[in-house]
Design a protein around this ligand. Structure first.
Ligand SMILES: [Zn+2]
Length: 503
């Protein structure tokens, strides 16, 4: 077992030490124990003081091994999942093992082959590390907490490397995206500020529909979509962007949808949490998706704003709120899938299953078999449950979940890791499924538009892009579940490698 430095925490005291993590590390130079000279190349510098960054503490275990602590959500130490940090001042061919030691969850997709994301200055496109370099196991050094270790070989001295739990999607990126849409001056796209977060960030509301539907007195069939109530669930933003991109496009289905429906989209319900690099909570430590029953204008202003608008629409006899979909990401399940509500009315219950069934036909990554309907007490304050109780039998409320990691195409067994593009494609497929739904309901039965099919050539090009790893990877070992519990084993496996071996 590797000898821990004197400054490292006592084993068994990890949870207590989490409380001591006040903020993100800032250009933190990790020196070996007892080292007094100037920092040298290879003394790693860690940083998470940037938007959506998260790393609370680094402990030097050995020259080859570092224990990393996730900074808990602001004002809520219970949630520790999202991480996002940079490492610089590396030496060429420097091999390290990073142990993320204070996850708040035990079940994880790391057991199924998920791996952290990496990019670097000279390779700015995010890639997943190979699963064979990632180990997830109960660690005796950390009160038998589940620890995720990954081996990495730095290969370019001038590069700054960045590691993250999943593809980041920041508040600033989102604002730039909306700015670029606004500049296109589309007469069917409207952006307004519905409110502000506690830290004065914008709560954006988009309306996408034909201007005819916004005339005074016009009847409106509304689809309401929200995202990113849980800030660490970044795939939610990619899916939401896919929906928006499709709806504002010139695709014939998008044109018909704009003609018949009004899409109201609040893509980022928790902008402070996103900015701060939280996983689940707002600045003040609230899980906003448990406060739909009684949101306060000062403690949960963004949620309060959205709920007010929904109730206003509900009370407007000219407005029919037909769908509410809240987009999340799931840390233990594969594929896209939905949660819906349970109703006494059997027919309503059956009709609720139609949309996910149609989506399953359009999206190869969406699983109807993983879709479920529930009324668990623990979900009582969620948007789906609250609105399912408020709205009448003509409305459907869903949570759309998408895996942080991968999907398995029906009839196959291989897990296909999600890319940013694959998340956006799910969004496009969600959008076009509304046409199938309303066609089935005869609303637009006279409109005959061929459904676009994904060409297999496009899929092949996409898959090839996803392969092509360009980092050297230091370990070639079995899957995570086979990894032994001892830290000493891990360290040795790095030390004993021949440096000239190509990885
Ligand atoms: Zn969520």
């Amino acid at each position: 077992m590797a000898e821990r430095s004197q400054t490292a925490p006592e084993a068994g005291n990890d949870m207590g030490n989490d409380d001591a993590i006040g903020g993100n590390v800032s250009k933190y130079i990790v020196l070996p124990t007892g080292y007094c000279g100037q920092p040298k190349k290879g003394h790693l510098i860690f940083d998470a003081c940037f938007e959506s960054g998260n790393l609370g503490r680094v402990d030097h275990v050995s020259e080859f091994e570092y224990d990393l602590f996730i900074r808990p959500d602001t004002c809520n130490p219970r949630f520790r999942v999202w991480f996002n940090f940079t490492v610089e001042n590396v030496k060429e061919s420097q091999r390290v093992i990073f142990n993320i030691v204070n996850f708040s969850k035990t079940k994880s997709l790391y057991r199924d082959g998920m791996a952290p994301m990496v990019k670097s200055t000279s390779r700015p496109k995010w890639q997943r590390l190979p699963p064979k370099n990632v180990y997830y196991y109960r660690c005796p050094d950390h009160r038998k907490n589940y620890v995720m270790s990954f081996a990495f070989c730095f290969d370019r001295e001038e590069d700054i490397y960045q590691f993250a739990y999943c593809y980041p999607y920041t508040y600033t990126r989102f604002q730039h995206y909306l700015d670029s849409l606004q500049k296109r001056n589309m007469d069917y796209f409207f952006r307004e500020q519905l409110g502000q977060s506690v830290q004065q960030r914008q709560l954006d509301l988009l309306t996408i529909t034909s201007p005819d539907n916004l005339r005074e007195g016009a009847e409106q069939k509304v689809v309401f979509i929200t995202g990113r109530v849980h800030p660490g669930e970044t795939p939610s933003s990619f899916v939401c962007q896919g929906i928006i991109d499709f709806l504002v496009s010139q695709h014939p289905i998008a044109r018909v949808l704009r003609e018949y429906l009004v899409f109201k989209i609040a893509p980022m319900l928790n902008p402070d949490g996103v900015y701060l690099g939280n996983y689940r909570c707002s600045l003040m430590g609230f899980d906003l998706n448990r406060h739909w029953l009684d949101p306060s204008p000062w403690a949960h202003p963004t949620l309060h704003g959205v709920k007010q608008l929904i109730i206003q629409m509900y009370n407007d006899p000219k407005t029919s709120l037909e769908f509410y979909i809240d987009i999340h990401a799931h840390s233990t399940m594969m594929n896209g899938f939905m949660y819906g509500n349970i109703f006494e009315d059997e027919e309503r219950f059956q009709r609720q299953a139609i949309f996910p069934k149609l989506l399953c036909q359009n999206a190869e990554d969406f699983s109807y078999s993983s879709t479920s309907f529930n009324r668990d007490a623990v979900k009582a304050g969620t948007g789906r449950r609250f609105l399912g109780g408020l709205l009448d039998h003509t409305s459907y409320c869903y949570t759309l979940e998408v895996s942080f990691y991968s999907y398995v195409i029906s009839g196959t067994t291989a897990a296909v890791p999600y890319t940013e593009e694959a998340y956006m494609k799910l969004g496009r497929n969600v959008a076009r499924t509304f046409l199938d739904y309303y066609r089935l309901n005869s609303m637009v039965e006279k409109v005959a538009i061929p459904m676009p099919r994904l060409r297999s050539k496009e899929m092949e090009v996409q898959r090839r892009k996803e392969k092509s790893p360009s980092y050297k990877h230091p370990l070639l070992r079995g899957p995570a579940s086979n990894y032994p519990n001892s830290k000493g084993d891990k360290k040795n496996s790095v030390n004993h490698k021949d440096p000239s071996t190509p990885f």
